[in-house]
Design a binder for this molecule. Sequence first.
Ligand code: FA5
Length: 335
Amino acid sequence: MGLREDLAALTDEGTAAFAAATTQDALETARIAFLGTNGREKDLTKAFGALPGPEKREFGPLLNQAKTAVKEAFDAAKARLADVEADAPIDLTLPGPARRQGSLHPVSQVSREVEEVFTSMGYEIADGPHIELDEFNFSRLNIPADHPARDHQDTFWLSTGKLLRTHTSAVQSRVYPKVQPPFRKVVVGKVFRYEAVDATHDNTFTQVEGFVVDTDITVAHLVGTIRTMLTALLKRDDVEVRLRPSFFPFVEPGFEVDVRLTKADPASRFSRWVELMGCGMIHPEVLTAGGIDPTRFQGFAFGLGMERLVMLRHGITDIRVFHGADLRSLRQFGN
Ligand code: FA5
């Protein structure tokens, strides 16, 4: 066969192959055979290139016609198959794309549980502002301006002279003038300290403050409340609790409560004592500053680090997980 017949065959067979393609796969197979790098059109273009000059003039227009015809047949088939796909019926019974459901942050989850545990014990929920006055955060809690205890809580001071509250004890100062005993209050809220961040210290964290004022309140009530709270919240049977005498200007006597998990891996942070909270009997000066007569009433108060509690409960070894915004960590606690 000569080149003339070959070009006619390319046109006929190529247009027929593209017209017959009913799937994307068939179209691609035909494209490779006729228009691909080693396809028939390339072969004939090469054969044309080897012709002597006068014959090139004769065959040039024929080659171009064949190429145009095959390319048009390919484009038409491609458009036809695209339309077929667009018209394909939609299966309404197929499941839609799964939507990932959000969940409460682990600290929020336990905060709600804390509020439930305490309301079941007759406590009322109280709250106060994050931006606080020196008076409520320190002075009314028996921490005057020159008191060295201020050094324990590195404070973010604002240019207005106000501060970001360093502890939820500030809410005690706000509540006392407004209510007369007996009362039981619980506060869950954010507090802020200008601290170097490490595995157990953050600069923004959550505290739970409980305070009870009544007649005949003793340290035994305080210890009983702490045990009830930790049993309900830690949901473990290996929690060991110890009280150490400690100093906070707003309580007398004062204690720190440490916790360890007896079944934790000996190499783990939690097999050693972790400081969880401060507590004590409310100082008479604090009651007096709040308008409560300390000769008639006594009370206890405690302030607990919520992130540390959640760490103990879930075996989390680094506090930075909570504000790190790494959803891979937080999703594990979805409820
Ligand atoms: C206080 O904040 C006192 N207001 C607690 C208190 C209340 C004592 C009522 C007596 C009566 P302290 O600075 O120790 O105390 O903090 C209390 C708890 O907050 C600590 O035991 C710890 O669990 C947690 N905590 C303290 N600093 C940090 C921090 N940087 N990051 C995370 N948790 C912290």
